[in-house]
Design a protein around this ligand. Structure first.
Ligand SMILES: NC(=O)c1ccc[n+]([C@@H]2O[C@H](COP(=O)([O-])OP(=O)(O)OC[C@H]3O[C@@H](n4cnc5c(N)ncnc54)[C@H](O)[C@@H]3O)[C@@H](O)[C@H]2O)c1
Length: 254
């Protein structure tokens, strides 16, 4: 199934960063890849980024559709998956990658920032898995990979909402893995450490150096480092692996 000639791959948040690297690494001839993306603050920039992802995926010989859809909206998500299922009738791989931060210390954190981060980073994954699992269980095959974070395991001051969402995603991963394993569906998480993307580009020099000082390999990770782990978890080589959290952090977490 996972390495066969034709497969349908769905990636959330595929326009930039880690999501784009995941899309390109999973792209091969015979793959039909759907990704979504969303940015209320910079729709034009996000659309241009999505076009670049589409180009990179097409260059690798796969079919691709980038779709503007907000993972926090159940209507958008349902329409996105309807499109996938109308087109191919199956889902072989689902990667829940879309994620945001809205950082502040606990005592200053607003309810709206808590809710938004939870909706995008955690509730959306619950909803996408609920849709995809139905199809995958009928197929008796499928791979789901959730992009968590090292901080979901070790915590991080100033990120109560984000950390709670990622810790929740890890618990959700393990629970869904247990539920769907009898039907041949494997569910795992990848927990990146400090990866160079737009999300981390906003960090101050001081914050960046503090992070780097905690990385035994002494350098930040690249989106491709995370994508390689996702590719492995979607391959035949990982067919006895489920409910796991694979840390891609340069040794930051051991
Ligand atoms: N960069 C890091 O160091 C790092 C570390 C640990 C975990 N992660 C996780 O990896 C994932 C990708 O992070 P990144 O650094 O590539 O981020 P990024 O900000 O570069 O890209 C985010 C992607 O998510 C999409 N997105 C955001 N909100 C969305 C929404 N409401 N609906 C649909 N799509 C939406 C954007 O369109 C974009 O494609 C996230 O889940 C993040 O939490 C990143």
């Amino acid at each position: 199934m996972t390495s066969s000639a034709t497969r349908t791959v769905v990636v959330t948040g595929g326009s930039r960063g880690i999501g784009r690297a995941i899309c390109t690494s999973l792209a091969e001839p015979g793959t039909t890849l759907f990704f979504n993306y969303f940015s209320p603050n910079d729709p034009e920039g996000e659309k241009a980024a999505a076009q670049e992802t589409e180009k990179q995926v097409t260059d690798k010989g796969a079919e691709v559709q980038g779709v503007w859809a907000d993972v926090a909206s159940s209507d958008d998500l349902q329409a996105f998956f309807d499109r996938v299922l109308d087109a191919t009738g199956r889902i072989d791989v689902l990667v829940n990658n879309a994620g945001i931060t809205r950082d502040s210390l606990l005592v200053r954190m607003k309810d709206a920032d808590w809710d938004l981060v939870m909706d995008i980073n955690l509730k959306a994954a619950f909803r996408t898995m609920r849709i995809a699992a139905r199809t995958m269980m009928k197929q008796r095959s499928g791979r789901i990979v959730n992009i968590a974070s090292i901080v979901g395991v070790i915590g991080n001051a100033g990120q109560a909402n984000y950390v709670a969402s990622k810790a929740g995603l890890i618990g959700l991963t393990k629970t869904v893995a247990r539920e769907v394993a009898p039907k041949g569906v494997l569910v795992n998480a990848v927990a990146p450490g400090f990866i160079e993307t737009d999300m981390t580009a906003v960090l101050s020099e001081k914050a960046r150096n503090t992070m780097l000082s905690q990385v035994p390999l002494g350098r930040p990770g690249q989106p491709q480092d995370v994508a390689a782990a996702v590719k492995f978890l979607c391959s035949e080589e990982s067919s006895y692996l489920t409910g796991q959290v694979l840390h891609v952090s340069g040794g930051m977490f051991m």
